[in-house]
Design a protein around this ligand. Structure first.
Ligand code: WQD
Length: 331
């Protein structure tokens, strides 16, 4: 069985569906800190399969011990963690405690039960502000906020763990900018409150829940002056986890992969693509740069293609259409 920590979350829930559709048996553990209980039923509906669920926190070692005692777990896909950049700057200790200490609890429990296969959810934010683009996995890493530092610390822990015991089989996946939703419209990104990220904000403006999109800066050294990112469809991202699971199931080692499309889009290009794909207007205004933002970031995803046989298949129009369908079910 595959344990999915944070499996009720945005990427975790989509990955749980794809895993079960591919024939895997899964267990989901989530504390609902950034997800909702009703997502579990939607996962069951889409996968056409049931699964054990534990409302549990990585900081609760008793709960972790119970899960590993009750089930024969072959591998863990580890999504659980706080991920809001701004919040991490305001509350760094909360982020290090939850993300890093929580992961240490998980690794200790895995070791105790002889489970040595892990796929870890990392982030392109570990690259900080890259000197050039596209970014390859051997680029220097330099986290620029506590959220990114917590991801980098966990990557370091996983590398040290592997070096101490080559029995471990680990894939570290560095996500670029996941957006979009399951094509059924049943699963998607549903942040509580005012979204920090671009696509959920665009969707709320398009549906009239927010009046206008603020474009954070139009004076970046990019083609149209607005920030460029590598947006990747959440289903493509989920399928990357299946490939990673397959890889560690057949060979030992620790591997790090960029999961991106290899194509960067500016904020204005995303707005245009969303309006063209959905027919919905997105009123916007140019606002000051957001502190901590970088100008340009997109992946060279060739290592994942060569070593895992994975590459993104969905384009920006797909991402916009699916995001809109989730937010605004057919009326
Ligand atoms: C994208 C672009 C903004 C909102 C963050 C985290 C990263 C990952 C993904 C967790 C930028 C611009 C945004 C808005 C805007 N999270 N923007 N108006 O900052 O690239 O990455 O989310 O893993 O770790 O760092 O994503 O969607 O916030 O911003 O103009 O209302 O859209 O300036 O250029 P980001 P984002």
């Amino acid at each position: 069985m595959i344990l999915i920590t944070g499996g009720a979350g945005y990427i975790g829930s989509h990955t749980a569906v794809e895993l079960m559709m591919a024939g895997h048996e899964v267990i989901i553990m989530d504390n609902f800190s950034n997800s909702k209980p009703q997502t579990l039923e939607l996962i069951r509906t889409l996968a056409g399969k049931n699964f054990p669920f534990y409302e549990a926190d990585m900081l609760d070692t008793t709960a972790l011990e119970e899960i590993f005692t009750r089930h024969k777990i072959e591998a863990v896909i580890h999504f659980a963690g706080f991920k809001a950049v701004g919040e991490s700057v305001a509350q760094p200790v909360l982020y290090y405690h939850n993300n890093v200490a929580g992961t240490i609890n998980l690794l200790q429990t895995m070791s105790k039960h002889g489970v040595t296969q892990m796929v870890f959810s990392s982030s392109a934010t570990v690259y900080g502000n890259p000197q050039t683009v596209p970014i390859t996995e051997d680029f220097p890493v330099a986290a620029v906020n506590p959220y990114g530092s917590s991801k980098l610390m966990i990557e370091q822990i996983l590398n040290d763990l592997y070096n101490s015991d080559p029995q471990w089989r680990i894939c570290i996946l560095r996500y670029f900018n996941p957006i979009g939703a399951h094509p059924s419209g049943l699963l998607g990104e549903d942040p509580n409150g005012i979204p920090n990220n671009l696509m959920p904000y665009i969707v709320k403006v398009a549906s009239g829940q927010l009046p206008v999109l603020n474009v954070f800066g139009s004076d970046y050294p990019t083609a149209d002056g607005t920030g460029v990112r590598d947006y990747i469809h959440v289903v493509d991202l989920s399928l990357g986890h299946l490939k990673a699971l397959q890889k560690i199931s057949v060979e030992p080692g620790i591997h790090t992969y960029n999961l991106g499309t290899g194509r960067g889009y500016s904020v204005l290009e995303v707005i245009d693509a969303f309006e063209a794909a959905t027919g919905q207007k997105v009123p916007y205004q140019i606002a000051p740069r957001r502190p901590g933002d970088i100008a340009e970031c997109y992946a060279d995803p060739s290592k994942a293609r060569v070593e895992m046989g994975w590459q993104a298949a969905r384009n920006l129009t797909d991402m916009c259409m699916d995001a809109w369908r989730f937010a605004r079910p057919a009326v």
